[in-house]
Write a protein that binds this ligand. Structure first.
Ligand code: ADP
Length: 181
């Protein structure tokens, strides 16, 4: 599924984030930048040890929830990896919504600072961090669409969804976001 927002393209695909040849790919990291399972494990396995060496050297203090930092991509086809930290779902009373929106927004800002014209996101927080999928998809698409309307870049944002259930949730959320105005 594809949409255009101003001059920007917004795409939804099923697939694997580590295979994306976009300028940036986004890692669903944890706040210690310690590596883990899911997207994080796939990126470090695929990219090799240089990514972790760089996070340890440049960000020994980790990365707060809702923020994002950048490293090289090791052996991956993308030019850089943006490590962002989405919230752990704790029932919805702990700023989860604004922290998830912030993780998407900060990733786009960091991509802009790196002159990235294209960026690929996974579905942040909806795996191990257990954010309810439909709600997370709405926040993801609304935040990215608002950012694109406001800034007119990056040229292309791709959501790389791992399974059909996640893709369907994002497709519904994209339709809802586009009908907002
Ligand atoms: P979080 O800890 O933020 O919840 P996870 O990595 O556990 O992040 O999961 C986030 C989403 O990414 C889930 O929908 C999961 O199925 C999906 N996912 C896992 N591996 C990959 C991958 N290699 N590419 C794209 N999406 C993936």
């Amino acid at each position: 599924m594809q949409a255009t927002i101003g001059a920007c393209k917004l795409e939804l695909v099923t697939g694997d984030i580590i295979r994306q040849a976009t300028d940036a790919i986004v890692n669903a990291a944890n706040s210690r930048l310690a590596g883990g399972g899911g997207v994080d494990g796939a990126i470090h396995r695929g990219g090799g040890p240089s990514i972790m060496e760089e996070t340890r050297r440049h960000y020994p203090q980790g990365c707060p929830t809702g923020d994002a930092v950048v490293t090289g991509s090791g052996k991956l086809p993308a030019r850089c990896v943006i490590h962002t930290v989405g919230p752990v779902w704790e029932g919805g009373q702990n700023q989860e919504k604004s922290l998830l929106a912030s993780a998407y927004r900060r990733s786009l800002e960091v991509a802009g600072a790196q002159q990235c014209a294209s960026i690929a996101f996974p579905s942040l927080s909806t795996g191990a961090y257990a954010y309810p999928l439909q709600q997370a998809a709405r926040i993801a698409l609304h935040t990215v669409a608002t950012y694109l309307r406001l800034h007119g870049r990056p040229d292309m944002v791709r959501f790389v969804l791992f399974d059909d259930r996640t893709y369907e949730a994002y497709a519904d959320a994209l339709a809802a976001t586009l009908s907002e105005n």
